[in-house]
Design a protein around this ligand. Structure first.
Ligand SMILES: O=C([O-])CC(=O)C(=O)O
Ligand SMILES: [Mg+2]
Length: 545
């Protein structure tokens, strides 16, 4: 978009600086009289806003204040996020974004992103042309059917693409104008929303089958037609069956990845690799047990099996046998094979049936336990105690989001394991004291990966996303975990260094894309870390002449 002047300039979030417009800018851009006389620095504005945001008691109020800031003054919004990542992440992202989606209808002020519903069928190319930006580098798209661990939130899932893309910019340095949040609305099966007078989406049951895949196909084609073949499409929070089908269908024709399957997988693999620095042994020396065999569970399992297979030079069919999954019907075993969904079949190993997690732990004796069930409080005291009696240092990852769906809390993991566990969770928990010692839980969240992964794909102009690229992203993240981190029980680096971390992930990703011949941005830059950093968006105000 181009810069307006005067009254419209103050109302254009991309260029508005509020009181920070200089005397010269006020003269040149017809702003005289439209602003009070004081001139503020961006730093002072930031200080004022931080004071304001901290005064709100409720996280949802903070969320709304930040969204209003984003719609009023985009650079100031990103300056706040970049300078205060650890404080702001739980507000613009999990857990608060989950609550925001649940209440989206009532807190809704101005639409963000593009809504593409069944009503727009046959017109998606035109819909894309209504968006004010022409150059798009990354799209995050959801259909709202499985928002975090909260289930079907229909059209109100829009909070997720908006939040993820805010992180693309804040954590990965992708220009905000190049980011497009999209929600595909094919209805919702959430009865409560269908009855809610403030619901913002289509008031009908979800379309499925041909009608569903036709709309998605039209969208995928329209994106390529409008924005070219390099625009990255991140699938987010689709229900299991569609998530796997869409990835399978489009991975050979578009640069796509599914954050819940592949982003989460890369983050967890990086965490496990870091944990090995303190546990010792190689990946293949460990035994993994998952609670939850959906997108996250099977996605992580597959990437770990792949890495093991690469390291140990044995076929992936062999390494998969080190990894066990439990779903709602119990341990996934061979005798269940005929009734399993296709994405679970590779995990059906030879074993007698076991009904529940606790007995599975006793039988399998995992060294690493991963929660990817979307169901809170499923790592009970018995579960954690069983893990601690089998292992000197059990690794416990409670990945489900938001906090209410976490398989256990940090406090539970540390107290029930008597301080023995290495713990990480998808949603943040505060550091805590146990027996006079400080424990700092890590946040095993795909937010560590997708911004850097996206940046790496964008700067190299990658036209496809292969598994090798995800392994590179995981290596990039693991490489940023210091010995000092690991000694404190931290298997992830602190988020405050995230822009540097993202640059390293981006560099590894881009390098792999070039090596595999998938990169279209030529020539290949010499120093990819330096190049990634130089491409990053800075939220510092620019001077307008
Ligand atoms: O959004 C998050 O915090 C992580 C994620 O992708 C999910 O839970 O679906
Ligand atoms: Mg997600």
């Amino acid at each position: 978009s181009t810069m307006r002047s005067g009254y419209s300039l103050l109302r254009d979030p991309r260029y508005n600086k509020g009181l920070a417009f200089s005397e010269d800018e006020r003269d040149a851009h017809y702003l005289r009289g439209l602003l009070p006389p004081a001139i503020s620095s961006q730093q002072l504005q930031e200080k004022k806003l931080m004071i304001n945001v901290r005064q709100y008691q409720l996280p949802l109020q903070k969320y709304m204040a930040l969204m209003e800031l984003q719609e009023r003054n985009e650079r100031l919004f990103y300056k706040l996020l970049v300078d205060n990542v650890e404080e702001m992440l739980p507000i613009v992202y999990t857990p608060t974004v989950g609550e925001a989606c649940q209440k989206y209808g009532s807190i809704f002020r101005r639409p963000q992103g593009l809504f593409i519903s069944l009503k727009e069928k046959g017109k998606i190319v035109e819909v894309l042309k209504n968006w004010p930006e022409r150059v798009i580098q990354v799209i995050v798209v959801t259909d709202g059917e499985r928002i975090l661990g909260l289930g079907d939130l229909g059209c109100q899932g829009m909070g997720i693409p908006v939040g993820k893309l805010a992180l693309y910019t804040a954590l990965g340095g992708v220009r905000p104008s190049a980011c497009l949040p999209v929600t595909i609305d094919v209805g919702t099966n959430n009865e409560q929303l269908l009855k809610d007078e403030f619901y913002i989406g289509l008031r009908q049951k979800r379309a499925t089958g041909q009608e569903y895949s036709d709309l998605l196909h039209e969208f995928m084609c329209a994106v390529k037609q409008n924005y070219g073949e390099k625009v990255l499409i991140q699938f987010e929070d689709f229900a299991n069956h569609n998530a796997f089908d869409l990835l399978e269908k489009y991975r050979r024709t578009h640069p796509v990845f599914n954050d819940d399957i592949q982003g989460t997988a890369a983050v967890v693999l990086a965490g496990v690799v870091s944990a090995l620095k303190s546990l010792g042994g190689t990946l293949a020396d460990h035994t993994f047990l998952f609670l939850g065999a959906g997108e996250a569970g099977t996605g992580i399992a597959e990437l770990i099996a792949l890495e093991m297979s690469k390291q140990a030079k044995v076929p992936v069919e062999e390494t998969r046998k080190r990894i066990w999954l439990v779903d709602t019907k119990g341990l996934i075993v061979n005798s269940r094979k005929d009734t399993l969904q296709h994405f679970k079949k590779p995990w059906a190993h030879e074993h007698e049936p076991i009904k529940d997690l606790l007995n599975a732990i006793k039988a399998i004796k995992p060294t690493i336990l991963i929660g990817s069930s979307g169901v809170g409080r499923t790592f009970t005291r018995d579960v954690i105690e069983a893990m601690s009696s089998i292992n000197e240092t059990p690794v416990i990852m409670a990945l489900s989001n938001p906090t209410s769906q976490s398989e256990c809390t940090a406090e539970e993991a540390y107290t029930w394991s008597k301080g023995k566990a290495i713990f990480a969770s998808g949603s943040p928990f505060n550091p805590l004291q146990y027996n006079g010692k400080e424990f700092v839980p890590g946040q095993a969240n795909n937010a560590y990966i997708f911004p850097g992964l996206g940046l790496g794909l964008i700067i190299s102009g990658a036209i496809r996303v292969h598994d090798e690229i995800l392994l590179a992203a995981a290596e990039g993240l693991a490489g940023q975990v210091t010995r000092e981190n690991v000694e404190k029980g931290l298997i992830y680096p602190p988020f405050k260094n995230i822009r540097n971390i993202s640059a390293h992930i981006a560099a590894q990703v881009a390098a792999k894309a070039y090596d595999l011949g998938l990169a279209s941005q030529l020539p290949r830059p010499e120093d990819l870390v330096k190049y990634a950093k130089s491409c990053m968006y800075s939220p510092v105000y620019q001077n307008y002449r």
